[in-house]
Design a protein around this ligand. Structure first.
Ligand SMILES: Nc1ncnc2c1ncn2[C@@H]1O[C@H](COP(=O)(O)OP(=O)(O)O)[C@@H](O)[C@H]1O
Ligand code: SF4
Ligand SMILES: [Mg+2]
Length: 329
């Protein structure tokens, strides 16, 4: 029996600054079952980090606002209805996030080993001090840092090493949902493979669900059960990884992003640039948000917002081209 762990339904969010209002998430829906990994892909500025922060209820105070929809987490129900104290209890233990810029997540005055141990103290209080020290050593070795360096402070570590410590802490918490925001982008290939291996182990052993925000299609094809492609605050295409890799039907943005779909299986293939720029969320295009860059743009794309169309199973595309297909079936 599948068990829903996360249900983001019609979520909208905006940033309000002195310059104006940015509509950063516009009616996005994502659902995740226990043990599933979802790959969230899209160019910089699409709203991926904002989606993750919204789930953590960590949008910047006084600037970031959820303006519609809901986020439900396991039996806890709506996260939007939780108090800050309740959210603190959920963060870390139940939902853990590896931030895109993890350098700021470490405490500069605590030794590296003690910071990892801290999370064991909270999460596994029954362990003896010796067992905790052993686990700290294990965690460090797993992310490629000699255990002998655990008594050092963050400033003695390189950027990449600090990032690996942050990853070790997030994984050691054994959360039910792990949100990893481009966790391996700055790591070398060997360490990247080790970190991804650890994440897969976590999923296998504990049934951890994950949202993996990444630019690397190799990572998507090797680690993700589902994929959501995001553009200008909208999920333009989503489905199981298999459906996306095998289907011939794709949103024009996905086609542009992936170059050609068969290449999606190639491990080293990265997202390819598309002509033009992501629109400013303060001034989104009317109709289909992708229309100014779309090679297939039709007259109605400029004024009518396309609806989500299920093309097959869980495979959903938000594009007028597919509304036509659906009508003629
Ligand atoms: N704190 C903020 N205040 C105002 N705008 C922001 C803030 N954070 C992000 N944005 C804007 O929101 C949009 C989405 O950003 P983000 O969620 O970081 O996208 P991604 O992670 O896909 O690159 C971008 O246009 C970005 O400039
Ligand atoms: S709705 Fe129109 S502009 Fe948007 S992606 Fe589809 S064809 Fe292109
Ligand atoms: Mg981001």
């Amino acid at each position: 029996m599948s068990e829903k762990i996360l249900n983001i339904a019609h979520l909208s969010a905006e940033y309000r600054t002195d310059d104006g209002v940015s509509s950063v998430l516009n009616d996005i829906s994502i659902s995740l079952e226990k043990g599933e990994t979802l790959g969230l892909v899209g160019e910089t500025g699409a709203g991926k980090t904002t989606t993750a922060l919204a789930v953590m209820r960590l949008l910047p105070k006084h600037t970031g606002f959820i303006t519609g929809g809901d986020i439900e987490f396991a039996e806890a129900g709506s996260l939007l209805a939780r108090t800050e104290a309740e959210m603190r209890a959920i963060r870390g233990h139940r939902i853990s996030m590896i931030f895109q810029d993890p350098m700021t997540s470490l405490n500069p005055v605590l030794r590296i080993g003690d910071q990892i141990k801290e999370s064991f103290k909270i999460h596994m209080p029954d362990l003896s001090d010796e067992e905790m020290e052993q686990k700290v050593d294990q965690m460090l070795e797993m992310v490629g840092i000699p255990a002998s360096r655990k008594r050092e402070y963050p400033h003695q570590f390189s950027g990449g090493m600090k990032q690996r410590v942050v990853i070790a802490i997030a994984l050691s918490l054994e959360p039910e949902l792990l949100i990893a925001d481009e966790p391996t982008t700055a790591l070398d290939v060997t360490i990247q493979a080790q970190v991804l291996h650890m994440m897969r182990q976590l999923k296998k052993n504990l049934g951890t669900s994950m949202i993996l925000i990444t630019h690397d299609l190799g990572i998507v094809s090797q680690n993700c059960d589902k994929v959501a492609v995001m553009y200008a605050g909208t999920i333009v295409e989503s489905g199981t990884a298999e459906e996306l890799f095998l289907s011939e039907s794709h949103h024009p943005y996905t086609v542009g992003l992936f170059g050609s779909i068969p290449d999606m299986k190639k491990q080293t293939k990265r997202l390819s640039p598309i002509d033009g720029l992501m629109p400013d969320p303060m001034d989104l295009p009317t109709g289909c948000v992708f229309h100014p860059r779309c090679p297939k743009c039709m007259e109605k794309c400029k004024c009518e917002v396309p609806k989500e169309v299920t093309v097959d199973g869980q495979h959903v595309i938000r594009c007028h081209l597919f509304e036509e297909v659906e009508r003629h079936v």
